[in-house]
Every structure is written in structure tokens, then in C-alpha cells.
Ligand binder design. Sequence first.
Ligand SMILES: Nc1ncnc2c1ncn2[C@@H]1O[C@H](COP(=O)(O)OP(=O)(O)O)[C@@H](O)[C@H]1O
Ligand SMILES: [Mg+2]
Length: 245
Amino acid sequence: MSRIDKFKVSGNVFDQNTEKNLWELMTHHKIDGLESPIKIGKEANVFSALDKKGKRFAAKIYRISSCDFFKMRKYLEVDPRFKLKKSRKAIVEIWARREFSNLTKAYDNGVSVPKPIALFKNVIIMEFIGNKSNKEIPEASPLLKDAKPKNPEKFFNELIKNIKMLYGVNIIHGDLSEFNIINHKEKPIIIDLSHGMPINSNVSEEMLKRDIINISRYFKKQGLKINEDKLIQEIKKTKRCKNKK
Ligand SMILES: Nc1ncnc2c1ncn2[C@@H]1O[C@H](COP(=O)(O)OP(=O)(O)O)[C@@H](O)[C@H]1O
Ligand SMILES: [Mg+2]
């Protein structure tokens, strides 16, 4: 029984399309199989996956049947980079493509995000943030919400540096909070870039503000003094960097 079959039997997690897409990624040697579920979320399920050499990756699998289609469509409508499609499957695939493309742009320009490895339709394979060898059981590094930084000021400054770098490559995260930041050995790693929007969309200003308010709320609780308006102005002064790739 393949690793995918095992999951099919245990929870009927995947629809037929997803099974085919996972199979495709396996035949192209991106992964050898799935290992175990990390998080079963609202829109996507995240699994750990292994390659043939036993190196661990994260597989984010967007659900086609039970996604919030209307929310996805609403967000994609205001992103000038993507043309809207009608079907549920097509919208989910564009959503995954958008996350992968944001991730690639961010990673290639030095932002602290998981390294993107492969995209096939509704499945994204990326670096696993946690222990990377099959010799140990998979353990993802904790989210910021579950692991307060030992030095909040240092962590916050590092995070702001990365938000500015994202801005510099024309991306506003749009769903930033302690739920989408991993505390990996006291360093922030930003995840879940599926909402990421270019600066020139008509919702970007509002999204940036929301991101900054969200993270400021968290860090103020850790004792930091933050002036959100000043911070937003500072971020907006970031020079756009010429894309390396
Ligand atoms: N690259 C990764 N490495 C380790 N764990 C991850 C990775 N990406 C996501 N996760 C885990 O899976 C959870 C869900 O991922 P996320 O991208 O935030 O999807 P969503 O919030 O849409 O369900 C995260 O909160 C995190 O715990
Ligand atoms: Mg998330």
C-alpha cells in the first residue's frame, strides 16, 4: 500500500484530483510519499512528506471540495496578476499558484519563508520548518502564538525587516499574525502567503494596516511600545528592489 493509499483509507482526506496530483509529484520524484498530517486546516491540509533520500518536506494541499470558494474568488478578483476562472477547481489552483509564486519571489530575494520546492495544481511542496530527517518523528517548529520569543524586541525587529523585504519585492502578506509566523529557533519564518497581494492592488493599503495592527497587538502584549502609523510609513518608504529572479 502506498503512503497515499494509507491516508485515503484512514480518513478519506483526498479527492480524486488531489490523489492524481500527489501521484504526479511522486512520479516526478519531488516527493516519495506523504508521512503524517501536521495540520488539517479550513482550506488546506499540511502534511510532512519525504523524498527518496529521507529528507522531510511540507506538502500543503488545498482542498477542492470544501474550500471557501467565495472568499478565494473575492481576493483573487482584486489581484491584477491573475485572471479569474469559473470552476471551483480552477480557482483553488490559481490560489495555490499565487501562494507558490509569492513564496518563490520572497525566497529568491532573501525573505525568511520556507523554500518553495514544487507546485502541482493544488499541491505545494516546500521546505519543512522543523526537524528535516526521517530518523526522527516529524515535529514542525511552533507557531509564534504557541512559542513566545525569548527576546521579543529582537524577534519583532527581525520580523519588521522581513516585512520590509516583502514590501520591497511588491508583496503585502495580507494575513499576517502570530498564526502565520513560525518561531524557528528564535527566528521568524513567515508562512501562508496565499493572501499575498501586490502593492498596487486597491486593497493593499488596508491589508498592510491590518497586518501591522495584528502583529503590533501581539508584541505590545510582550511589553513592546509600538507606533503603528509610524511603522506603516516606514515600511512604505522601503525601496522596491529589482527582482533577482
Ligand atoms: N513549511 C512548513 N513547515 C512546517 N510546518 C508548516 C509549514 N507550512 C505550514 N505548516 C504548519 O501548517 C499549518 C497550516 O499552514 P498554513 O500555511 O498557515 O495554512 P492554513 O492557515 O491556510 O491552514 C501552520 O500553522 C503550521 O503549523
Ligand atoms: Mg495559516
